[in-house]
Design a protein around this ligand. Structure first.
Ligand SMILES: Cc1cc2nc3c(=O)[nH]c(=O)nc-3n(C[C@H](O)[C@H](O)[C@H](O)COP(=O)(O)OP(=O)(O)OC[C@H]3O[C@@H](n4cnc5c(N)ncnc54)[C@H](O)[C@@H]3O)c2cc1C
Length: 268
């Protein structure tokens, strides 16, 4: 690795001040993406600002109709949280499907959302659950936040502080995992809200996570897997690589969407 300065602020304000004052900064969460990137010399920040010691970025909070998760909360904590399991069990199940125990104990929800890997799981949950990404500067609707592969609405030096999820009436996540990396080859999150149904797909789209309006409309009329009969996503908008070609991924979107609806519909 190249030499860099390491900083340990203890408040969001201190972290934001460091990002403003210093040159070439990067925030460090669990380091699960950032450190390998630095080791491969794809990133060489002069200043690493560790968000780990900032207590206000950790933990889960439940209000009447919203679940808020601090950016530095690791996946394992989300998976095991009784509050998450009670409010949005699909979110705890999604966290449990991420990587392996090592990844789940170091990787964070804020790092995952900020990184917006096209195969990451949380972006699908954020879109389907109509989440709000809260930063030190503003609140960003998930629909506006994810802007393409590894691209988000975050400005330079902007810190995600928490992610707020409205509690849906029913929701489920169906994931077809890559057997080695355990990232989603295709993952579909379906959420039924009071006024709408949202369907979000990760792992498949050539432009990253996306919603499927035709499925959403059909499920709004009839929240059952059969309602998706005859609805497909265009293969020419899917990823194609050594793991799965675009046609296969497009097919899997339909299969995973049906599974997610069946799981969600079985929850009262
Ligand atoms: C072997 C392996 C398997 C994995 N499998 C899966 C999987 O199945 N599903 C899945 O979804 N993910 C998976 N991941 C990703 C992992 O879960 C992490 O969420 C992801 O790597 C981000 O890591 P991190 O939270 O440690 O963030 P870091 O690596 O520390 O940071 C990632 C990026 O986000 C920025 N950042 C971090 N926190 C903030 C913040 N609060 N505000 C603003 N910017 C911030 C950093 O500056 C950096 O650019 C896997 C990773 C590995 C190594």
């Amino acid at each position: 690795m190249y030499a860099f300065e390491y900083h340990r602020p203890t408040s969001v304000q201190q972290a934001a001040d460091l990002a403003t004052q210093l040159e070439e900064t990067k925030f460090l969460a669990g380091g699960h993406t950032l450190l390998p990137t630095m080791k491969m010399r794809l990133a060489a920040p002069a200043n690493l600002i560790d968000l780990g010691p900032i207590a206000e970025l950790h933990g889960v909070e439940r209000s009447a109709d919203t679940l808020s998760i601090g950016a530095m909360t690791p996946h394992a904590e989300v998976a095991n949280s009784t509050e998450v399991r009670a409010a949005i069990p699909a979110l705890a199940e999604l966290a449990e499907l991420i990587g392996d125990p090592q990844v789940r104990n170091r990787g964070t929800i804020g790092g995952s959302v900020a990184n917006n890997d096209p195969s990451a799981d949380y972006p699908a949950a954020c879109l389907a659950l109509n989440a709000t990404i809260v930063t030190d500067k503003r609140k960003i609707a998930a629909d506006d936040f994810f802007q393409g592969i590894f691209t988000t609405a975050l400005d330079e030096g902007e810190i995600i502080t928490k992610i707020s999820f409205p509690v849906p009436s029913q929701a489920a996540y169906a994931k077809f995992r890559h057997p080695a990396s355990r990232y989603a080859l295709v993952g579909v999150f379906v959420a039924k809200h009071r006024d709408e149904v949202r369907v979000a797909v990760t792992g498949a789209g050539s432009n990253g996570v996306f919603r499927v309006p035709d499925m959403e409309q059909a499920l709004r009329q009839n929240f059952a897997a059969d309602a998706l009969d005859g609805i497909s996503v265009p293969a020419d908008e899917m990823n194609s690589d050594i793991h799965a070609d675009a046609t296969y991924r497009a097919h899997l979107v339909g299969v995973m969407a049906r599974r997610a609806v069946q799981m969600a519909a079985s929850r009262t």
